[in-house]
Each structure stands twice: as C-alpha cells, then as structure tokens.
Design a protein around this ligand. Structure first.
Ligand code: AMP
Length: 209
C-alpha cells in the first residue's frame, strides 16, 4: 500500500474519535477500544494507544514510557474483559483473550481482545485461525518481559510465517481438523473435556505424583 493505504485504517479512529462514536466501545485520554470491523468472534475489540503513535511492536524500546504503555494496555485489557463479561452473559462459559499479532497487517500498535467462541462469518481461513490460537498471538506479558530484559521486541518473521501455516487445531481439545468448515463445526460443540489438553494435564498430574 501507499503512504496512507489500508494499512493505516486505524489512524482515523485515533485522529478523529468524534467521527467514530458508534465504533468505539470505550475510551479515556490514553487508550481507545474499538470494535474490530471484521470480528473473528462474538466479541472482538482492538485496544489502541492515543498518545503514543507507535507504528508496531518493533518500534518499542526499553524506555520506561514504552514499558509503562504495554503495562497500561495489559491492565486496561483485564479491566475491559471484566466489563465485557458483566455485560455479555453469553460469555460466561468462555474466555476473552488479549494479545498482539506477532506480524500485524495494520500499522499503529493495537491489542486484540477476543472471545474464544470464534463464532463469526469473518473467520474464514487458516491464517485467521492460527493468528489467534497459536504462539502468533503474543500476550502483553511477553512484550513487557522482552522490553525489560533486552530493550526490544522483534518477532522473527520467518518463524511466525511458518506458524500461520500449521495444521488447524481445536483450541480446546487440540484435535486437528482438515478444513475450516470442519473446524467450525467442531468448535461449535467441543467442550474441551476430552482430548489433548485434558490428556496433557492428566499426564502432568500423574508424573508429578
Ligand atoms: P492485525 O494487524 O493482524 O493485528 O489485525 C488487524 C485487525 O484490524 C483485524 O482483526 C481486522 O479485522 C481489523 N480491521 C481491519 N480494518 C479495520 C478497520 N477499518 N476498522 C477496524 N478494524 C479493522
């Protein structure tokens, strides 16, 4: 894209919040939470800093103001998740996760808040699925730790591109599904009570006896 192409779609919200009131879930003077325009689950928000115009996680340093920014986003994310759960009783049994895409497509640092029903017609392909259910989905704590330890957070592009190509795996039971429609049918009924995750937990418990 050009200098202000589709990759800059988030800029307009930050520059002119008053024009986007119906797209904003919550904001204060530091951060803004907007509805993802192509939600990949029943609840899908993007949390964006208003004062720091940082293009991507690569541009963060160990500067205390940068560490504090990600810590603030983490804290606010936890707060927003509690608020979302209060107002959306259907989320009671599921979880809302927060994280950054290791290789984002849009500029301006933004953190996803997404419910783990992944029930949405916009969730269409393997890349979408793996971007929320694998290590590609970077927790704020990982970013904070890296900044404090090394003063940078530079995700390895080749590694994360590979991760997006991994087989489709249910995020609850770990079972592999061949195609997106099959995965969608599976996650609509999977409770995660059987299968991989549970077996791993059992194994860990047994080996610690
Ligand atoms: P990523 O850059 O991979 O973290 O993902 C960007 C997210 O922004 C995706 O979940 C898109 O659905 C979402 N998105 C794309 N364009 C817009 C837009 N104009 N307004 C709000 N969200 C958008």
């Amino acid at each position: 894209g050009g200098r202000f192409g589709w990759r800059d779609a988030l800029m307009r919200y930050v520059s002119n919040p008053e024009d986007y009131q119906t797209q904003i879930y919550w904001m204060d003077s530091d951060l803004m939470a907007i509805y993802d325009a192509y939600p990949k689950a029943r609840v899908h928000l993007l949390l964006i800093p208003l004062k720091h115009k940082i293009m991507s996680l690569d541009n963060l340093t160990g500067d205390p103001s940068h560490v504090r920014l990600i810590e603030d986003m983490q804290r606010r994310g936890i707060w927003l998740i509690e608020r979302l759960r209060e107002h959306n009783p259907e989320l009671k049994h599921g979880q809302v996760h927060m994280g950054f895409h290791a290789i984002p497509s849009l500029r301006l640092v933004h953190m996803h808040l997404i419910s783990d029903d992944f029930d949405s017609p916009c969730l269409k392909n393997k890349k979408h699925w793996n971007s929320f259910t694998t290590d590609f989905f970077i927790k704020p704590s990982e970013v904070i730790e890296a900044l404090k330890d090394t003063g940078r957070f530079h995700p390895d592009e080749r590694h994360f591109t590979e991760i997006l190509r991994m087989p489709l795996k249910c995020h609850r039971c770990g079972e592999t599904q061949s195609l997106m429609p099959k995965l969608k049918a599976h996650i609509a009924r999977c409770t995660g009570e059987r299968g991989w995750a549970t077996r791993q937990a059992l194994k860990r418990r047994e080996s610690s006896i």
